[in-house]
Design a protein around this ligand. Structure first.
Ligand code: 13P
Length: 248
């Protein structure tokens, strides 16, 4: 499985960043899972430099522009040169700041052009009885997948992160039954872009209030390939516990 962690802006000191990164390297050396960490951009190079561990690094976002006169922008190329091999794109916390599917697609193409793996975040803000959240999700995936080549489509990792489940407690997270249904639905959408068997090669992660006490339940039988974890991944004790829960 993939255990991807998104530090968001929770980690603001170099000292704490180094502590979590050291722990991630130690956990990864003993784990059968792939551990990916996404520190804030200012710490990425520092932590990922000379990384010989099994941990992979991920940028939390990149610019929709390539290099040039763009003050403050962090390009996909910078992320790669700082040691990232994955990049989050379209996180709901970016989308609420105005990112739409068009911008997300542009960023995703820059990520792929640098040979990096995009982790495309999708997910509805709420669930309604008439199922329009399903149409919303379909559009988020379709708009981005349409312009891509078959090879590119296979490189995208999808992180299903329903907004209503983000930043809460495990008890308010998705149920395993609903997650199973959503993973099937996402793979069904993908059949419009890839042959049936190939859709199984697209990795689908879940994110939204994953904590040590629900990670195993969500992993078992839901058909997901891993997790994208926020708040529970930035405290040493809960981060260790998350990885250990999946080791059984
Ligand atoms: P939480 O795990 O804090 O709910 O965050 C999930 C998330 O947004 C990861 O990208």
């Amino acid at each position: 499985m993939i255990i991807a962690t998104n530090w968001k802006a929770y980690v603001e000191s170099v000292e704490k960043a180094k502590k979590i990164s050291t722990l991630a390297k130690r956990l990864a050396s003993r784990s059968s899972h792939e551990i990916i960490i996404a520190p804030p951009a200012t710490f990425l190079g520092l932590l990922a430099e000379k990384n010989h561990s099994k941990v992979s690094f991920m940028a939390q976002d990149i610019s929709s522009m390539t290099g040039g006169a763009h003050t403050g922008e962090i390009t996909a190329s910078m992320a790669r040169n700082s040691g990232a091999s994955y990049v989050l794109v379209g996180h709901s916390e970016r989308r609420t700041m105005g990112e739409n599917n068009e911008l997300v697609t542009k960023k995703l193409q820059h990520i792929l052009a640098q040979g990096l793996t995009p982790v495309l975040c999708v997910g509805e803000s709420e669930r309604d009885e008439d199922g329009s959240y399903l149409t919303f999700l379909r559009e988020e995936i379709t708009d981005v997948f349409e312009p891509l080549t078959r090879k590119e489509r296979l490189q995208v990792v999808i992180a299903y992160e329903p907004i209503w489940a983000i930043g809460k407690k495990a008890s308010e997270s998705i149920t395993v039954a609903d997650l199973t249904e959503m993973v099937l639905y996402i793979r069904k959408i993908l059949t419009e872009f890839l042959s049936g068997r190939a859709t199984n090669n697209v990795r689908v992660l879940y994110g939204g209030s994953v904590e040590p006490n629900n990670i195993r339940t969500l992993a078992e039988g839901s058909g997901i390939d891993g997790f994208l974890i926020g708040h529970a991944s930035v405290e040493l004790e809960s981060f260790s516990a998350l990885v250990k829960e999946l080791e059984v």
